[in-house]
Structures are given as structure tokens and as C-alpha cells.
Design a protein around this ligand. Sequence first.
Ligand SMILES: C[S@@+](CC[C@H](N)C(=O)[O-])C[C@H]1O[C@@H](n2cnc3c(N)ncnc32)[C@H](O)[C@@H]1O
Length: 245
Amino acid sequence: MNEWYKDWFSSEFYTTVYAHRNDSDAKLLSELILSKVELKKDDYILDAACGAGRYSKIFAGYDFNVVGFDLSLVLLNLALADNHHFNKNHFLINSDIRSTYFKRKFSLIFNLFTSFGYFNTEKENFLFFQNALDFIDENGVLVFDYFNSSYIKKNVIPYSEKNVDGFLVKETRITQDNRVIKNIDVTANNQTLSFLESVALYDHDFLIDKFNSLGYNITDVYGDYKGSPFNEENSERIIIFMKKR
Ligand SMILES: C[S@@+](CC[C@H](N)C(=O)[O-])C[C@H]1O[C@@H](n2cnc3c(N)ncnc32)[C@H](O)[C@@H]1O
């Protein structure tokens, strides 16, 4: 399989197709995180695969020190352009999640909105969480927000269409080989560009076992951004809070 994530997240259309994943969506999950994690003013926070920086800027706005990294220069530039939120405590780094490593320790590390499962092997998909054990504080918290794969498998929407900012967006989805594969066609002025998303499906039990075996203690598991308990049947997301053992 190709490295689809390089093309798609470097496309100007990513933020168009996911326009609903905006600042108010990020505010909801940020509030859940802030209500569950005790943080002090000078703490360092790591936003792993920060994209256009929706979460980084919220936490930087609270005067925490925030480091965000991402592979996509296009999205990092959008984060940079949003510079009225930018302050001396907010840093952005262009880096691949598989090789990102820090000498300093973070009180909070998060990986949000399914910024996970893009690679072909389990080893690559979980490598960051293994490495993060070296740069999370002894009492630090890691927050992982991914879709509930059991829900996706039962409720996959094979086809949908929407109009966003004058673009026609057609999305087809299938689950195959334990991945959810989405084709995205964006049409404007009779011209169509096609993109691919392919994300590995790991279920609740697998994730919990895996994070445990890597060396984390799971502290909380939620099923949505409001903090409802996780339910395998009905929850659309899985949000796992964990600490280094
Ligand atoms: C679904 S977006 C979420 C972005 C951000 N967390 C948010 O909630 O807005 C996934 C992000 O993962 C980034 N990404 C994809 N592959 C990556 C890689 N190999 N290393 C680092 N970041 C990567 C993309 O560029 C994109 O910003």
C-alpha cells in the first residue's frame, strides 16, 4: 500500500473535507482532557500529529508549554499562520511520528482524532507509544483518541456526498483486511482529484492489552468527547487515558 497519508494530509482539501473537525470540536475534547488531567502552568505538553494545530493552540492559550509535531508541512504552515494564538511557549516541529524522539519529558502527551493506524505493520503503528515511555513524566498522562473499530465495522457508510466551500466531495468507504479504506473525490470546475485514506482497525480489547503490554496503566476509557463511558456497541470513539507503569 502506498504512503497515502503523505498525499492526503498535504492536500489543500484535507481541511475542506474535515471542516467539521474545527475549533469547537477540539474545545470539547480539550475540556474533557483538562478536567481529568492535573496540570501546572510550566508543564510541557506534546501534541503528536498536531495537524493545523487545533489542540496545540487551545493548550498554548492556557499558557502551558506546547510542542506540536506533524509530517505535513501544509498543515504545520496553517498552524503557523494562525499566529494570533502563537506565543513563545508554542513550538512546531516537522517530524515523522515513527522517528520522533525527545530528550525532555512531558506531563501530557496526546494523539487525537485518529492520528493513528496509518501504517502497514502493528510495530510501526505502535512505535510512537513505545518510544513515548522515554519522554513522558513519571506521573504524566497520555491521551489517545481513535475511532471505535467495532462501531465502524457495523456502521460503515458505503457512500456519502457533501458540498463544502463550492467543492463536491464524494466519499466511498469499505472495511477490508482489517482496515477502513476511504476514497475521497473532490470536484470543482469539472476537475476531480482523488485521495485515499486507509486506517487499521484495532478493537478496544486489543488496544487495552497492547498499551498494557507496552508498559502503560489504563486509567480511563471514554466513548465520546463529552466523557460518556465507552460502549463497544454504540460508542463512535475510544478515548484512552493512560500513565506509565
Ligand atoms: C486526522 S489528522 C488529525 C490532526 C490533529 N490531531 C487534529 O485533531 O486536527 C492526522 C494527522 O496525522 C498527521 N500524520 C500522518 N502521518 C504522519 C506521520 N507519519 N508522522 C507524523 N504525522 C503524521 C497528518 O499530517 C495529520 O495532521
